[in-house]
Design a protein around this ligand. Structure first.
Ligand code: G6P
Ligand code: MG
Length: 213
């Protein structure tokens, strides 16, 4: 049986994946770094500094850690400007409904996100009170594809990993969930490409059928 659902945040419950892309793109353009959507997809689920490393891969020079901190900080400032505009209407279609379904069926719900901005986003969307547990980038050492954030979420819920399902839009996240010993549901861009997906959701509502088994 499935006793808990652990939701990724960016790109699953809210389209902040696009904001991440825009903010990195703005910084990259200012620095004259080539950066496009295909590189953008590699940043899904990956931590802020690892994302920066991916962007800097093709720069042809090395950056000091002080320089890297400054670039990541600048990007985060641009990202926070975009987050300031989020309202409860920006929660992904079907997200409140699926959370209500889980509650109705006695299935626990948690967030498992690499983002250190998770608390701000949940606050702005007005979703925070709907989760029994939140595990995010502020609490972990290793980000996805490491299973740490999902194992932490399961631990906070006091549910064994084998009874958890993770909903993810990132290949790194699906791999992390598998390594945690959890079931996986892919949504968005990875829906057809990932070998780590047990279920494939075109819309969040389709999770209802998965939960019923
Ligand atoms: C999520 C996103 C990534 C992002 C990471 C860190 O996992 O999918 O694209 O890089 O969070 O986000 P942060 O808000 O801490 O910079
Ligand atoms: Mg995501």
């Amino acid at each position: 049986p499935i006793l808990a659902v652990i939701f990724d945040l960016d790109g699953v419950l809210v389209h902040t994946d696009q904001y991440h892309y825009k903010a990195w793109k703005r910084m990259a353009d200012e620095e004259g770094l080539g950066f496009d959507e295909s590189a953008g997809d590699r940043l899904r689920g990956v931590s802020r500094m690892e994302s920066l490393d991916i962007i800097l891969e093709k720069s042809g020079r090395t950056y000091t850690s002080v320089e890297k901190e400054a670039l990541a900080e600048r990007k985060n400032g641009y990202y926070r400007e975009l987050l300031d505009r989020l309202t409860p209407a920006d929660a992904a279609p079907g997200s409140r409904d699926i959370l209500a379904v889980c509650k109705q069926q006695g299935i626990k719900v948690a967030i498992g996100s690499s983002s250190r901005n998770t608390p701000v986003i949940l606050e702005r969307l007005g979703l925070k009170h709907l989760f029994e547990a939140v595990a995010d980038g502020n609490e972990i050492v290793n980000s996805k594809p490491d299973p740490e954030v999902f194992l932490l979420a399961a631990q906070k819920l006091a549910i064994d990993p084998e009874y958890c399902i993770v909903v993810e839009d990132a290949e790194a996240g699906l791999i992390a969930a598998k390594r945690a010993g959890m079931k996986t549901a892919a949504i968005g861009i990875v829906i057809n490409s990932s070998a780590a997906a047990d279920y494939r959701l075109h819309r969040l509502e389709e999770l209802t059928a998965v939960l019923k088994g």
